[in-house]
Structure formats: C-alpha cells, structure tokens
Design a protein around this ligand. Sequence first.
Ligand code: AMP
Ligand code: MG
Length: 534
Amino acid sequence: MIGQLIFDNRFVQELPADSEAENYRRQVMQACYSFVSPTKVSSPTVVAYSTEMADTLGFTEQDCQSGQFAKVFVGNEVLEGMQPYAMCYGGHQFGHWAGQLGDGRAINLGEVVNAEKQRWALQLKGAGPTPYSRTADGLAVLRSSVREFLCSEAMYHLGVPTTRALSLILTGEEVVRDMFYDGRPKAELGAVVCRVAPSFIRFGSFQIFSSRGEVDLLRKFVDYTIRTDFAYLLKQSEPLGKEVYIKWFEQVCKLTAEMIVHWQRVGFVHGVMNTDNMSIMGLTIDYGPYGWLDDYNPDWTPNTTDAGERRYRYGQQPQMALWNLVQLANAIYPLIGEAEPLQQALNVYNHTFDKGWNRMMANKLGFKEFNLDTDTELCQELLALLAEVETDMTIFYRKLAVFEVESVVGCFTDEQLLEPISEAWYRLDALTEDYKVRFAVWIRKYILRLQNEAVLQVDKVKQMNRVNPKYVLRNYLAQLAIDKAEQGDFSMINELLEVMRNPYDEQLEHAQYAVKRPEWARHKAGCSKLSCSS
Ligand code: AMP
Ligand code: MG
C-alpha cells in the first residue's frame, strides 16, 4: 500500500538544512539541502512503471494503477513521512569548475525502508523549480523522461550499476523547449520520472563544500556518506578519520572503475560525465543525452553540446572517470592532508579498470581467462578492425558466439569464416578485399585461441551470451517509442520495457528490436545526436 511506506529520512535528519524556507533561486551556503515542495500539476497520467521497482518497494499492480500512485509520484500528494528537499552540489562541467549546481529539477521525497530493510531514496525529476534551478524551469519533457525511464531499467537488467526508475507520469502541462538551441522553441508534453536509488550523492556533492572552504561540513558529509552507504567498510566501532576516508575513497575508485567497464561492455555512452553526474556509489546516474553505440566507433558521442571536443566520447570514458576521481580527491584533500594515499587510491582505479576490462573482454570473446601474452594484441586487432568499417557492436559480439571451438580452421574459406558475422556490417559494399582477408586472418587466430582452452562449445556460448546482450536500448528504438508517445500511444514504451527485461535472451518474438539501426535513423535527431535540452 502506497500510504504504508515506511520512511527513515536520514539525509535530512543528520545533515544541516538551508535555513531559508522560501523557494527562490539562490546560492545556498553552509547547508546540504533545501526543503522544497513539488509543484502541483493539472492532470497526471501514468505512462509506465517498472514492476520490479514497484515490487521492491512493496507495491502491488493494483497500487500502481491507483489514482494515488499517479498523485504521489507526480508530486501532487506528499505522503506522511515524506520530507521533500533538493540537494546542494557543485561540479566540473566539461572540464571547468561551474560552482553551485544542485538539484535544479529533482526533488527528493525521502528514504523508504522496504520489507528487506533496504533503504531506497525516492526522487522526482521534473517536479518544478528549486533554489538550485538557476535560470531554468525545473521541468522535464516527455522525450527525455521516456529516455531516462527506459534506460535506467534497461541498464539494471543488463547488470550495469544504475539508479532506477519507478514511474513515468505525464503532468498534463506544456513545457517549452528549444531542442537544438536554434531559436525554434516548441511546446512539449511535461513529464515526471520517479527515480529510485540507495543514494543520489554525487562527486559534486563533496566538491561544493570544499570549494567554499566549508571543511567542517565536508567532514560531516563524508562521515554521513560512509556511515550510510559504505558501512560495510567499517570495522565494528571503528572511529572515522583519515584511514577510513582513504579506504572509502579507494572503494569509490573501485566502484567507478567497475561501472565504466560495464559501460564499455554494453556500448553505453553517458554523454555528460561532469562531476555532478558521477554517483559516489558508482551508479550510472542522470540519463540525459546518452546513447548506445550502433556501429563500434570509439570516437562517438551522442551529445551535440560536446560535438567539438568529444570529451565524453565512448573511447575516452575510462580516462574521464579518472579525471573526475582526481577532482574528488582534490575535494577531500583537506580531510587527508597528504597526496600520496590519494594517489595510491587513484591507482586502484587504473588497476581495477585494467583487470576488469581484460576479464570483460575474455568473457565477451568466450575465453576462460584473459591471457596477457596473447589476448591484448588479439583484442587490439579486433577493435581496430571493428572501428575501420561500420560494424554493429551488439550484433557482432552476439554472432561471434557461433564459431565452433572444434572447428578445423584450415577447412574454411575466407567467405565461409566471414559469413556468420556479415550481418553486423552496415555496408557490405564498403568492405575491401584486403579488409576481408585481414578479418578472416583474425577469425582464424581467434578460433585457434579458443582451442587453447578446454571449453565445450555449449558452455562457451552460454558464457558469451550472458555478457553480450542481444537487446540494448538502441537510440532509434527509444526515439520511435517517443514519437508514438507524443501522439498519445504509449504501447512501444511498455513493449521496450518488456524486451529490455531479458536482454540476454533470444526472445525470437521480439527479434525486430535486435536489428541494426535503419538507414533513416543515421542522422535523425534523437537517433544519432541529442542535446542537453531536456
Ligand atoms: P545535467 O547536466 O543535465 O545533469 O544538469 C546540470 C545542472 O542543471 C543540474 O544542476 C541540474 O539540476 C540543472 N538543470 C538541468 N535542467 C534543468 C531544468 N530544466 N530546470 C532546472 N535545472 C535544470
Ligand atoms: Mg545532472
């Protein structure tokens, strides 16, 4: 029952609030958050909800279909026990310190403790202005909300650490957006997503206090974070202090590295890896102009705002995460007072990433172990081949599983070796004879490498299909669902939600969602490029 949720709002109970109660844009000093109420809207309509997330919170189907669900998760009804607030944080945007940012259009409702005693913070995105809204309106449009809702749940089912989404609700209000900042503003449908996560704390949450010299507050905030979300690092009655802080930072480095390995595995490009969009728990957070690689192109970013520098391109995500961790290290430096242990913790990032990447590639290719002597080169050769001509990343790895461990390479012609993966190429006429020869050479090497380990074909296929998804939330698929939703047809949102529940399964009845990006989507807005406007 929605009304019976149990709240335990540690964030507001343990951390200092902004003393100003009025909701107007301002710099908020010496405080971690401001109390603020969601803005009421005229006619909430539930577009979709995640049954898994609902279930985790203890809601039945009936609860989710009730009028109260729509009211509560659009922000029209504040339940007893909720204490709505917006967080204060700062951040580096595209490499530059931007000062105070904060929850400009996110309002936290409180922390639910569910039947399993898990703590889940609920947050409405697009529920109206807060003191941190700066020059913007605090609202969100349907298109970006569909993208956030679907991708959060798709990532969860792919096994990528992420914030979750409970619901997607139309507000009944219009929101004006200039999607490509080209002076052509348009009225769009307003929507609110209820996001759910153990914590919404970001790197920028620590940076803001440090940048202002609010060291006591910084310490309080770090202590709070460790006690609440990293309690497993603490030995019994261990006092908090330098040693624990270092251990904690090391853990943040490790979790971040693991998250990035997952992004690289599934071909996810976040698009805006600013430090305010980096979760302290290593969760993927803030789904804005993100995208999925169709063709494997390490230089690709979906974000038009970043089109010049391509700072956050797929191939650079690992380095950017490290850059962000360096900023976090700088922010907590006042609590540590020496650089050396922080540097060592940053090395943990590199080490975890390298090891994780090798392991991930071994899994993707169907090897039991990553063999440093042979596999680094084999992977590099493969990635260079994939990038050389347009090759669909998802289809390629999925198809790679068909190569038989028992094959006798000498029995096959080049054509025969290339046939199983040919579906992954976007333009067969772009393949030169030389390229085909080189790829066939690689496949021969690959099959021989498979034979170095005693693995059964069936086991290998199973292993590969557990890490190489058949279904990802391709950019054009999300866009098709949005186009329909804007016409009042929400069926494709729910269909995609359903397909993305089992991304590693064949689901032959849904095979149309596993095909390459169609030609019409190559340059279409929303399918290949997106802006921060949302
Ligand atoms: P982002 O890069 O989208 O994560 O957003 C950067 C900052 O801008 C954050 O502080 C957001 O809360 C804020 N922001 C983004 N869109 C809006 C909006 N429509 N209204 C108010 N604040 C916003
Ligand atoms: Mg953000």
